[in-house]
Design a protein around this ligand. Sequence first.
Ligand code: 5GP
Length: 259
Amino acid sequence: MRGCGFLQNPGLAGPRWTHASFLADGAGSSLTGGDVNSNDQGTEKKGRGLVFVISAPSGAGKTTLLTKVMQEVPGLRFSVSYTTRSPRSNEQEGKDYHFISPSTFRKMVERNEFLEWAEVLGNRYGTARINVDALESEGVDLILDIDTQGAKKVKEKVDHSVFIFLLPPSPRLLEERLVKRGEDPPETIRFRLANAMKEVSEAPWYHYIIVNEQVEEAVRQLTSIIIAERCRKLKNAILKEKMRQWEEQDGKNYGRRLS
Ligand code: 5GP
């Protein structure tokens, strides 16, 4: 288990300590369906589960990176988006996306079921609402793989969100990857490349940039970001717990020194 300092010691907190949002594995029920309870009045802002938002131009290697990181880091759940685009040959319903018709998508928009949605390259994509309090109690953090338009909306609505932009090593390599993938005709690839540069122009406001030169290095960087953000979120809880332990050991009130 990778995590923050003493929280790795099960003797201190039992199998799941409520402040540690990373003690469960990534599997389990989805918290991002239409059945979760959050709203535009800021429900998301009260919660404490971390939301990691990853954006990258199509073909930057995001899927491979995320698959590896999800295997390596416990307590992460991938938010499966809804889309009107058709599945690619290697994609599975409910795992990669929920593939829905434009009319179902429209109804979901009307019913206010999305935290955010956007049109990307002629198709619609949406993230179902998130209940970050429930994330916390389930002991997971959420990963969103969304474009920069969606990321901006999440930034407005969700506290404890962390924004990571994945850059391809070069536009040429991006083009090579898209061609090799063999899923798109040349005009779509040109469209994707033009859109990629638009996406990159949004990268400066993200918290982190990872250049996907070597996938193992990119995995290491994303893993480190996740662990560091978890530690940052838990700093007060760690401090309080440590003071309590020291007090128990020494009979002194160390906690009163904390402002
Ligand atoms: P693709 O069709 O290549 O899977 O995805 C195209 C783009 O849509 C990618 O940049 C991806 O991050 C983005 N995307 C996927 N799901 C969502 C979503 O729920 N919301 C938004 N705004 N973008 C999404």
